[in-house]
Design a binder for this molecule. Structure first.
Ligand code: 1CP
Length: 341
């Protein structure tokens, strides 16, 4: 089906566009009253993720309500560990929890991987198909995964963490087991993302949310090579790599077979441009907390951000996911400022 609004995809491919496209990481979620109402009627987060027509419904909510130029499929990066054999729980007000974690090479050997693991995630592919049908060509649909290092971090740590010191300890003390695990996650992620593309994803974004806690050497050893494998394997649609706080890794990411590079709010777009050259498209990077300021300041800051990126090769977004308690009106000011800019 032909897209009515293909601005996001044209920009991602590096084509000239009349204005930068705009969407928000975590736009499908608690900033929307429609989401909160539906979520409140369910047993929990996983019911929403695992029920394809409901996942499709919340995926489309921000397109209707905020007018963004792309939808992102409602799911979570933690479906991959579960498909490999580690069940996750989403504890209310706390976040993810893995009752069983990875501690040894034996634990890694016991995991499923590759296409058989990816087959466990039919509910995600079903959600993509329903979303594509219901979007009816209005905007492109983004599919996503976590980067292998970020997925390993949850599988070893067992929950969120400020330091992920157990996961980093695993890299320092059991590097062979770590590489085995990273390769299994990579193989599973490639099969999963190819299935997502077959189900209708128009672009793939890889989230390396915990990139910034590694040393540059660790990043080059345990993170970048696996993302590079995934980016090279996804050949039918554009790929975005978002490695949060990994300012030291932009040159390496710039050499990957990806189209778009995410920029967090700590990093100046000029710095990233210098590191990656002129071909790549940049995505970002307003501070999510800026959206708590009065509307007039949100507008001004958004205009300044657009100026910093310059004309072309830019997809407007925040520097990380939007926070759940952000005033919805200011989210709309952000989006409309880009659209009217
Ligand atoms: O009950 C709820 O509503 C829980 C909140 C929530 C939501 C809305 C979680 C739990 N996941 C999601 C959806 C989600 N997760 C999306 C939806 C699509 C969209 O962007 O609109 C996406 C892309 C993710 C990806 C994700 N999950 C990441 C990478 C992106 C990022 O923000 O860095 C990470 C790290 C997770 C793990 C996760 N899932 C949920 C929470 C609270 C967390 C973070 C836990 C931690 O701090 O370690």
């Amino acid at each position: 089906m032909k897209l009515q609004n293909d601005l996001f995809l044209r920009a991602a491919r590096g084509e000239q566009t009349e204005r930068p496209p705009v969407w928000l990481m975590r736009q499908a979620g608690r900033i929307l009253p429609q989401y909160r109402a539906l979520r409140g009627s369910l047993s929990g987060f996983k019911e929403l993720v695992e029920t394809p027509h409901l996942a499709a419904e919340v995926t489309i909510q921000p397109v209707d309500e905020i007018g963004v130029d792309a939808a992102i499929i409602f799911s979570d990066i933690l479906v991959i560990p579960e498909a490999m054999g580690l069940v996750y729980e989403m504890v209310e007000k706390k976040g993810p929890l893995f009752p069983q974690t990875i501690q040894s090479v034996k634990d890694v050997e016991n995991l499923r991987s590759g296409a058989p693991a990816a087959e466990e995630l039919n509910y995600v592919y079903e959600a993509l198909k329903i979303t594509k049908r219901e979007l009816n060509g209005r905007v492109p649909l983004i599919g996503f995964s976590g980067a292998p290092w970020t997925i390993l971090a949850y599988m070893v740590e067992g929950s969120g963490s400020k330091t992920f010191s157990k996961a980093k300890k695993f890299l320092y003390t059991q590097p062979e087991a770590a590489h085995l695990l990273l390769q299994k996650i990579t193989d599973t992620t490639i099969a999963y993302l190819k299935n997502k593309v077959a189900a209708g994803a128009d672009l793939i974004q890889i989230f390396d949310s915990w990139a910034g806690i590694l040393t540059p050497e660790q990043y080059s050893t345990f993170a970048a090579p696996y993302i590079a494998q995934i980016a090279a394997a996804i050949d039918k649609v554009p790929v975005t790599v978002f490695a949060k706080n990994a300012w030291f890794a932009y040159a390496e990411i710039g050499r990957m077979d990806c189209n778009v590079i995410g920029v967090d709010w700590n990093t100046h777009p000029d710095f990233v441009r210098n590191a990656v050259g002129n071909e790549k498209v940049l995505q970002g990077n307003l501070d999510p907390c800026q959206l708590y300021a009065p509307a007039a300041e949100v507008e001004k800051a958004t205009e300044e951000m657009l100026k910093k990126f310059g004309k072309g090769k830019h997809i407007a977004n925040l520097g990380h996911g939007v926070y759940p308690d952000t005033p919805l009106d200011n989210v709309k000011v952000f989006v409309n400022t880009v659209k009217n800019g």
